[in-house]
Design a protein around this ligand. Structure first.
Ligand code: NAD
Ligand code: IPM
Ligand code: MN
Length: 366
C-alpha cells in the first residue's frame, strides 16, 4: 500500500521554524517504519515572492490530491501594503474555501504542567479540555457584497454576514458528532439578539439537535460566551460558532492553556473516496513577526496539529496519543519556550531544542 501523503506548506514568519520541528517528528515516525510521502510547497507571502500570488493553481491542485495538508502560518508586515486579492492570508482562505473545509476543530487543553502559566487562576484552567468548532468557509469572511466603495463624498467598507441553512446544518452536525464522542455537551454561540443570521443559526442548530437527544444543547450570545469562557471555561465541552466569532473565541481560549503557541487545529471537509475527510491542519497562531528568526517560537501548536492529522486523516490514534504524551512529558519536565515563561526563573529553550526534546520523549516511549 502507498504511504500516506502529506503536503507541507510552511508559509511565512515562524511558520517554517515550527514546521522544521514537525519534520523531526515525521522523520522519527519514518525511522519506525511509518513513512509519509511528504511534498513541500509555498503559500502566503513566500508564494507571493516567488510567483506573484499567495497560492498557485498547481499548489491548490496538490492540496486537493493529498491525504492531508499541514500548514505553518501566513502573513507579515512586509505584505500589509499588498492589494487584498494577493495578500498572504488570501492563500489560506482559498485553500479553506476550495477544499470546502467547513468544520474547524480548535481544541483548548490545559496541560497540568502549564496550569500556572495561564493568565487566569489555576483553579479556573486546571484540567480544561474543550473544543471550539468554528465554521470556516462562510459567514462574514466570504459573504457578498464586500469591498470599499465611494458613497457621496466618503468611502464605505462593506462585508456581509451570510449563512445558508445547509452551511449551518453541516457544521452543527460535525459539532454534535464530536460532542457524542466526548462529554455530550454542546454550546452554540451567535448573536441571535441582533443578527438574523444568528436567529437562523440558533433555529438550525436546534433542529439538528433533535437527531442527537443524548447531547445536552445550550445556546449563548457570543459576547456572553466570551465572558463565560474566561469566568469558568470548564462549564463547556464542545462549542460551535460561526467563522468570525470562532476566530476570536479561539484566540481567547488559547490563553486558558498558557499560550497561543499551544493551540492546534484541524480543518475538515466532506469525506473523500477513502472515507477520510478532506483536511488541513494548522496551528491557531499566526506568523508572529515580532519573534520570527529569534528561536523563541513554540513549535507545540504545530506538532499537536500533526497529531490531529494522525488521528483524523490517517487513522493512527495510538500514534497521535504518543505525540501528545511526548508533549505532555517535556512540559512536565519543566521545558518551556519563551512564550510560556512565568515568574519562576526557568530558562527558556529554543524552538529547535523543544522539537528535539519531544522527539527524544517519543523515542523513550517505545
Ligand atoms: P500571531 O498569532 O502571529 O501573534 C500574536 C502574538 O502571539 C505575538 O506576540 C506572537 O509572538 C505570539 N505567538 C504566536 N504564535 C506563537 C508561538 N508559536 N510561539 C510563541 N509566541 C507566539 O498574530 P498577529 O501578530 O496578530 O498576526 C501576525 C500575522 O500572522 C498577520 O499577518 C496575520 O494575518 C497572520 N496570521 C496568520 C494565521 C494563520 O496563518 N493561520 C493566523 C493568525 C494570524
Ligand atoms: C486564523 C487566522 C486567519 C483567520 C487569517 C490568517 C486568515 O487568524 O486561522 O485564525 O482569520 O481565519
Ligand atoms: Mn485567528
Amino acid at each position: 500500500m502507498a504511504n500516506p501523503s502529506l503536503l507541507i506548506l510552511a508559509g511565512d514568519g515562524i511558520g517554517p521554524e515550527v514546521m522544521a520541528e514537525v519534520r523531526k517528528v515525521i522523520d522519527w515516525f519514518g525511522t519506525r517504519g511509518l513513512a509519509f510521502d511528504v511534498t513541500e510547497d509555498l503559500v502566503g507571502g513566500a508564494a507571493y515572492d516567488a510567483h506573484g500570488t499567495p497560492l498557485t493553481d498547481a499548489t491548490m491542485d496538490k492540496a486537493q490530491s493529498v491525504d492531508a495538508v499541514l500548514l505553518g502560518a501566513v502573513g507579515g508586515p512586509k505584505y500589509d501594503v499588498l492589494d487584498f486579492s494577493v495578500k498572504p492570508e488570501r492563500g489560506l482562505l482559498r485553500l479553506r474555501k476550495e477544499m470546502d473545509l467547513y468544520a474547524n476543530l480548535r481544541p483548548a487543553q490545559c496541560f497540568d504542567a502549564l496550569a500556572d502559566f495561564s493568565s487566569l487562576k489555576r483553579d479556573v484552567v486546571a484540567g480544561l479540555d474543550i473544543v471550539i468548532v468554528r465554521e470556516l468557509t462562510s459567514g462574514i469572511y466570504f459573504g457578498e457584497p464586500r469591498g470599499i466603495i465611494e458613497e457621496g463624498n466618503e468611502r464605505v467598507g462593506i462585508n456581509t454576514q451570510r449563512y445558508t441553512e445547509s452551511e449551518i446544518e453541516r457544521v452543527a452536525r460535525s459539532a454534535f458528532e464530536l460532542a457524542m464522542r466526548r462529554g455530550r455537551k454542546l454550546c452554540s454561540m451567535e448573536k441571535a439578539n441582533v443578527m438574523e443570521s444568528g436567529v437562523l443559526w440558533r433555529e438550525v442548530v436546534t433542529e439538528v439537535g433533535r437527531d442527537y437527544p443524548e447531547v445536552a444543547l445550550s445556546h449563548m450570545y457570543a459576547d456572553a460566551g466570551a465572558m463565560q469562557l474566561c469566568r469558568w471555561p470548564k462549564q463547556f465541552d464542545v462549542i460551535v460558532t460561526d467563522n468570525l466569532f470562532g476566530d476570536l473565541l479561539s484566540d481567547a481560549a488559547a490563553m486558558l492553556t498558557g499560550s497561543l503557541g499551544m493551540l492546534p487545529s484541524a480543518s475538515l471537509g466532506a469525506p473523500m473516496a477513502n472515507g477520510r475527510p478532506k483536511a488541513l491542519y494548522e496551528p491557531v497562531h499566526g506568523s508572529a513577526p515580532d519573534i520570527a528568526g529569534t528561536g523563541k517560537a513554540n513549535p507545540i501548536a504545530c506538532i499537536l496539529s500533526f497529531a490531529m492529522a494522525l488521528r483524523y486523516s490517517f487513522d493512527m490514534g495510538a500514534e497521535a496519543d504518543r505525540v501528545e504524551a511526548a508533549v505532555e512529558a517535556v512540559l512536565a519536565d519543566g521545558l518551556r519556550t519563551a512564550d510560556l515563561l512565568g515568574e519562576d526563573g526557568v530558562q527558556p529553550v529554543t524552538t529547535s531544542e523543544m522539537g528535539d526534546a519531544i522527539v527524544a520523549k517519543l523515542a523513550e516511549s517505545v
